[in-house]
Write a protein that binds this ligand. Structure first.
Ligand SMILES: *Cc1c(COP(=O)(O)O)cnc(C)c1O
Length: 352
């Protein structure tokens, strides 16, 4: 979801952006009007995420997936080795992609219990000679979320925050690199935001494509070629909206309350059961099931008919998944819980 006020503003500015006589889609990325949109968006992102001067903010095409390759290409060169925590689908895919570029080790894995938990700090085996340690902050498909920032004893910390960025405050100074595909919490698809400690750039493997070199993107302010101009403009509007909600601490308060409504109901339900271990529950993706595949299917079908879209869980976990990203109003979750209560009541009766 994108916030409705953002969509409405984009709509009202669609054909004539603030008296410029044209749509943002039609602007040259070098024009004065567009440069001011770009600069303001970047400045707002820095302010909202509290990004220190040591770190640069990059807008890169190709989404999070292309960062699965860009990260090792740029960072692994120093030692040729990197450590990955495997806590779900995307961290596993990131690790597989990285294997093309160096020696990759699994520093921890939650696969033994179908990724229903997050490994504790003392379970992470991070080697001193790792060029970086990579983890995924929120596991979209399994519905788990890291509640702590891993301590790596000086090994640069790299994090995929695609599915929980801007849902809570983050101490960016602890990270060597953060990346996030924008389409879950920030903007329409087509881009990733990268926050990089500038000291880590400039050591890429020799075959790294020009557009994937962080140093090139730093030197050209993400404009080595034409950037995804409209997506950046939309990100700018979303940032204003996040600011109006009280910034990331405001977002954190909202998402806690929103997710808790669903988890409280699940904890009291005799029909539905949550997938994630309680201390690892994600506030962005709530995964649950009835334990009966046919009933799960029926739930997803009836929910879709009632207007609740995309509730079917990923095939890797089955069951259901409610994705409640930043722009989801609390009201949407209250309505879902009403629907679930009703379904629970009917299906318990039906079973005698
Ligand atoms: C959705 C998602 C991705 C994939 O993002 P793309 O931008 O489609 O490549 C990667 N990581 C996480 C954690 C995600 O939630």
């Amino acid at each position: 979801m994108l916030p409705l006020p953002v969509l409405e503003q984009a709509g009202s500015e669609m054909t004539n952006y603030r008296g410029s006589g044209m749509s943002v889609m039609e602007m040259s990325h070098r024009s004065k009007a567009y440069i001011s949109i770009f600069d303001e968006t970047k400045a707002d992102f820095r302010a909202i995420m509290n990004v220190p001067d040591t770190h640069e903010i990059l807008f890169m095409q190709g989404g999070a997936w292309l960062q699965f390759a860009a990260v090792p290409m740029n960072l692994i060169g120093t030692t040729g080795k990197a450590d990955y925590a495997v806590t779900g689908n995307f961290s596993n895919l990131a690790m597989k992609e990285a294997k093309k570029y160096g020696e990759i080790r699994a520093a921890a894995s939650s696969e033994d219990r179908n990724h229903s938990y997050i490994p504790a700090q003392q379970e992470l085996k991070i080697s001193k000679d790792a060029a970086y340690f990579h983890y995924c902050a929120n596991n979209t498909i399994y519905g788990t979320e890291w509640k702590y920032v891993p301590e790596t004893s000086g090994v640069p910390l790299v994090c995929d925050m695609s599915s929980n960025i801007m849902s809570r405050p983050v101490d960016v100074s602890k990270y060597g690199l953060i990346y996030a595909g924008v389409q879950k919490n920030m903007a329409p698809s087509g881009m990733a935001v990268v926050i990089i400690d500038k000291q880590l750039a400039g050591k890429e493997l020799p075959f790294t494509p020009t557009l994937l070199k962080y140093q090139t993107m730093i030197d050209t302010d993400s404009m080595h070629n034409t950037p995804p101009c409209y997506t950046i403009y939309m990100l700018g509007l979303v940032l204003k909206w996040v600011g109006a909600q009280g910034g990331v601490s405001g977002m954190e308060k909202i998402k806690r309350e929103r997710a808790q409504i669903l988890y409280d109901y699940l904890d009291g339900s005799t029909l539905f059961k949550g997938h994630a271990q309680k201390d690892a529950r994600s506030d962005m993706n709530v995964t649950f099931r009835t334990g009966d595949d046919a009933l799960d299917d029926m739930f997803a079908r009836e929910a879709a008919k009632a207007g609740f879209e995309n509730l079917k869980g990923h095939r890797a976990v089955g069951g259901m998944r409610a994705s409640i990203y930043n722009a989801m109003p609390t009201e949407g979750v209250l309505k879902l819980v009403e629907f679930m209560k009703d379904f629970e009541f009917k299906n318990k009766l039906g079973r005698g």
